[in-house]
Write a protein that binds this ligand. Sequence first.
Ligand SMILES: [Zn+2]
Length: 271
Amino acid sequence: MSYRGREVRDLLERLEGKLSRAVLRGPRGSNAHSATRLLEKWQRTCAYCGAKDLPLQIEHIHPRANGGTNRVSNLCLACEKCNTAKGTQDIVTFLKKKPEVLKRIQAQAKTPLKDAAAVNATRWALHERLKATRLPVECGSGGLTKYNRITRGLGKEHWIDAANVGRSTPAVLIIKGVKPLVIKAMGNGRRQMCVPDKYGFPKQHKARKGSYLGYRTGDMVRAITPKGTYQGRIAIRHRPSFHLGKTDVHPKYMRRLHRADGYEYTHERSA
Ligand SMILES: [Zn+2]
């Protein structure tokens, strides 16, 4: 694997770990991520008076002093005026004269963050994490990406889109001969020892050994045999040979190109 590929993979791994932790931590506490989620959920407006475009504070619907929790379902946003007016009163007391507002807030607090809002909040968390790497990070709308791609006369591919993000896209993009490195997360295998059929009867048993002659499931190998040259990803099985393409290859012909690390790396055909 090239140095560049390793760098990208390390970055992806770091992101994966940190992001999943950030998402898990989301509903509790008052870190930046859950604040973003709250802003999305309450559309950046004061829950009590509907004021917009002013600093908002995180409000406990059921006060902390009376046993209210820090969960997102107990939090809303309020402007400073409303927050001060409410103080430590319970929401029912505070909104005694505005039953319809009370009803709306209670209903909105219970609805989970909508999917789109969740994606948005995650996207911003990802942006924050990327910025923390101190690598140059640039954002752009999907519309701008499409505009850039079409005005440069390029086809619709994910990696071409990636090259067209943001205002810094050069006026001319030469993609001829460029081979994108596709990294696919494959996982590190399961611990399941027995595969049942659809009736629950054992159909297949996993090989007792995890490796054979030093080869593991997921290794990328090249085999030069009398019948021809084969290349690909291998899996451990009961027989002392490996399946490569459509042929069985004995390990004596094989040479490992890349040790299994949970990812599959392929070069797409050049544009
Ligand atoms: Zn307000």
